[in-house]
Ligand binder design. Structure first.
Ligand SMILES: [Zn+2]
Length: 142
């Protein structure tokens, strides 16, 4: 067995049962890198700000490494899914609004009762929509 193969196997053994890399860790590492760069520039302007950011960066690195090596997979997966749900919400609120704006064949009504968005084809004139979620009536012109 070659030297690198041996190291590789040892690494695989070491990482076995550990969380490893997930989407949240990838994001954490990006934030770490950004904080490190910002700390470098901030340090030139203010030594205190630079130091604070420097330590904040170290804490984030430790957090990322801790999550990577953690054996509490249940807890880490829960954190990761929370992170994904949050980013999905942020991404979706932007792209969802854009998609609705681009859609010329439908009109969108927001239910006043439960805030559900109802999609209706354009060109039906004045109509009454029944909210599919709560059954409230919405009047609209398409
Ligand atoms: Zn409703």
């Amino acid at each position: 067995m070659g030297f690198f193969r041996k190291i590789g196997n040892a690494f695989v053994r070491f990482m076995y049962g550990r969380n490893g890399m997930d989407q949240m860790n990838l994001a954490l590492i990006w934030v770490c890198l950004i904080v490190d760069v910002v700390a470098m520039f901030a340090g030139k302007a203010s030594a205190v700000a630079g130091t604070i950011l420097y330590y904040a960066g170290i804490i984030l690195w430790i957090w990322a490494i801790f999550r990577m090596l953690s054996k509490n997979l249940y807890k880490r997966r829960e954190e990761n899914s929370k992170y994904l749900a949050l980013t999905w919400k942020i991404k979706n609120s932007g792209s969802g609004a854009r998609a609705r704006h681009a859609d010329k064949d439908h009109k969108y009504f927001t239910c006043k009762n439960c805030k559900t968005i109802c999609r209706v084809p354009v060109g039906k004139g004045k109509i009454e929509i029944t909210c599919p979620k709560c059954g409230a009536k919405i009047q609209g012109k398409t």
